[in-house]
Design a protein around this ligand. Sequence first.
Ligand SMILES: NC(=O)c1ccc[n+]([C@@H]2O[C@H](COP(=O)([O-])OP(=O)(O)OC[C@H]3O[C@@H](n4cnc5c(N)ncnc54)[C@H](OP(=O)(O)O)[C@@H]3O)[C@@H](O)[C@H]2O)c1
Length: 283
Amino acid sequence: MGKVVGMQRSPKHTLNNGAEIDVLGYGVYKVPAEDCADLVSTALDTGYRTVDTAALYANEEGVGAAIRGAVAAGTPREELFVTSKVWNTDHGYDATLAAFETSMDKLGLDYLDMYLIHWPCPDQDLFIPTYKALETLYSEGRVRAIGVSNFEQEHLAKLLDATDVVPAVNQVELHPWLPQTELRALHASLGIATQAWSPLARGQILDEPALLELAATHGRTVAQIVLRWHVQSGHLVIPKASSPRRIQENLHIFDFTLDAAEMGRIDALESGRRSGSDPKLMK
Ligand SMILES: NC(=O)c1ccc[n+]([C@@H]2O[C@H](COP(=O)([O-])OP(=O)(O)OC[C@H]3O[C@@H](n4cnc5c(N)ncnc54)[C@H](OP(=O)(O)O)[C@@H]3O)[C@@H](O)[C@H]2O)c1
């Protein structure tokens, strides 16, 4: 069992427009709507300040209720960072603006911290007008940062050619099996932060023998070892968990270090295995 002591805090990362986001936030994909407010409140009480939701997750109401509750109890709104995403069925300029209003109504917030295009959906070929809607929202101050998710090199190249604001973030599937090495190098050259979704490969990676050994060496859980590998690799990370114990455990990774050889052992787990969809195929 990993060590868990008191309230933790994630370090901050400064995005390419100066906005600050926590390196480690709480992701709420598949958190049921009826549990979402309680679990996000638990995460905020634990010390999380960044929450990742999406229209698709059908739990924006719960995220908003927890954020508003924390602000009412004295947490400055500026300390908190809420991300949502426009879903694939709402691509296009006008549809995206309308989808944003629907999300904001559900969240009940005055502004959003970050709005992402959830998937590029290359077959629809609408991600440029979709992103132009995000640029409008950004210029109007409705959202503090804009970005993309699941964009591959070719999608980013096309986007950058046709739009003005370099995405603050590209949120992609990333874990030791799928380290996204080339994409991360491109992000670094463009000033785009890499945010890892399914950082634990949806829990499937937690039986890897090398990770179990490293967990035993450090007296940590395998999840903590994997999350530590992410932050030392320079990724932003948003693990999801459903119990207070795991929510705490996942944030409690900023008081130990993996050495270069240990990082190398985890890097060596690369296999190309995905736990989610391939961006080229998502309609
Ligand atoms: N942009 C995108 O397309 C996209 C796609 C997928 C996800 N995301 C975002 O990324 C977030 C994280 O991804 P994810 O939810 O797919 O997967 P994940 O965070 O890699 O894994 C979550 C799974 O790991 C388990 N887990 C979490 N902490 C654990 C611990 N300390 N020990 C043991 N098991 C643990 C969870 O179990 P319990 O829940 O039972 O605790 C859950 O089954 C999502 O919530 C969402 O915000 C974005």
